[in-house]
Design a protein around this ligand. Structure first.
Ligand SMILES: NC(=O)c1ccc[n+]([C@@H]2O[C@H](COP(=O)([O-])OP(=O)(O)OC[C@H]3O[C@@H](n4cnc5c(N)ncnc54)[C@H](OP(=O)(O)O)[C@@H]3O)[C@@H](O)[C@H]2O)c1
Length: 276
């Protein structure tokens, strides 16, 4: 007998149909949330129409209409708009509806203060590959969120990729690691392409080699439980080419550079969450 999805029969409202809102709507549509149960509001009606065409969501005329009767309200607007959006719709949110915020850097306590009443809350830090369903989301439960809310949040975030629960105080470090992390990998790709180009390779060929190498390496890491040093060991041979390159990375202090970069991102994330 199949276990019913925690989402079955739930009415879900999404405010903001930008990158994240669209990714969430697509993920939910793929999870067989009945389209009539999925309502979305954005100030750009053309985004809603495109999303309606693609995943048959119900476009809402206002934030209030979107969240009224919703069992779950997902806030996917930019962080600086969160307070205004919550003030506008708070009165229409069903009693005990679960509120999920993906806004970077806005703490559970601040979101609660915008509602001016206790609400079951989940705060999420997703990352950019969520747009392709390959994201990494970390989430924290608010004081009023229950085990049932956790299951709902996990099912929703499953549509964006992988998910993990962390205490809220960890979210700044999550931001510095997986939130900003895609850009670190893109930077390494850029540097590898530049190095190949400078040594005489056509840029288009270098890009193809690097992108597919990144894709393949990512696939190996995500389909294995082994630590990176074991995987490195599968590529290196004694006295070979990889060993020569790794020795340079070590000598030039790549480890220290990465550590300092993550510290800088962490510090900035804390400043942003504290309103600096
Ligand atoms: N994109 C990422 O990779 C990423 C990663 C981690 C976390 N996040 C978080 O996800 C949230 C959404 O980011 P995003 O990249 O999806 O932003 P986005 O693409 O700008 O989407 C937000 C959408 O909401 C619309 N909007 C503005 N005010 C509104 C209102 N009052 N009611 C309804 N819709 C309104 C925006 O219109 P306008 O464009 O006209 O303002 C836009 O269409 C942010 O809080 C961000 O911190 C995003």
């Amino acid at each position: 007998m199949s276990v019913p999805s925690p989402l079955s029969g739930l009415k879900i409202g999404i405010i903001g149909a930008g990158n994240m809102g669209q990714a969430l709507a697509r993920g939910l549509a793929e999870k067989s949330v009945y389209p009539q149960n999925l309502s979305v509001f954005d100030i750009h009606s053309e985004k809603l129409q495109a999303l309606k065409k693609e995943c048959r969501i119900k476009p809402a005329k206002s934030a209030r209409q979107c969240v009224s009767l919703s069992d779950v309200v997902i806030l996917a607007v930019k962080p600086h708009l969160l307070e205004e959006v919550i003030r506008e719709m708070a009165g229409a949110v069903e009693k005990d509806a679960l509120v999920i915020s993906v806004a970077a850097g806005v703490t559970l306590a601040r979101i609660e203060s915008f509602f001016k009443k206790p609400v079951p809350l989940v705060r999420v830090m997703p990352n950019m590959p969520a747009l392709l369903g390959a994201g990494m989301s970390a989430f924290s439960l608010g004081r009023r969120a229950s085990a049932k809310h956790r299951k709902i949040a996990e099912a929703i975030l499953g549509g964006l990729g992988e998910k993990v629960e962390v205490p809220e105080r960890m979210l700044d470090l999550v931001t510095a690691v997986s939130g900003s992390g895609p850009a670190y990998f893109f930077l390494l790709a850029e540097k590898l392409i530049e190095a190949a180009y400078q040594m005489g390779m056509k840029a288009a060929v270098a890009k193809k080699l690097v992108y597919q190498t990144a894709f393949g390496s990512g696939k190996v890491m995500t389909s294995s439980d082994e630590d990176p040093d074991v995987l490195i060991g599968r590529v290196v041979s004694k006295g070979g080419t990889t060993e020569a390159a790794l020795r340079v990375f070590q000598k030039e202090g790549l480890g220290k550079v990465v550590q300092n970069a993550v510290k800088a991102a962490y510090k900035r994330s804390k400043e942003i969450s504290e309103g600096a």
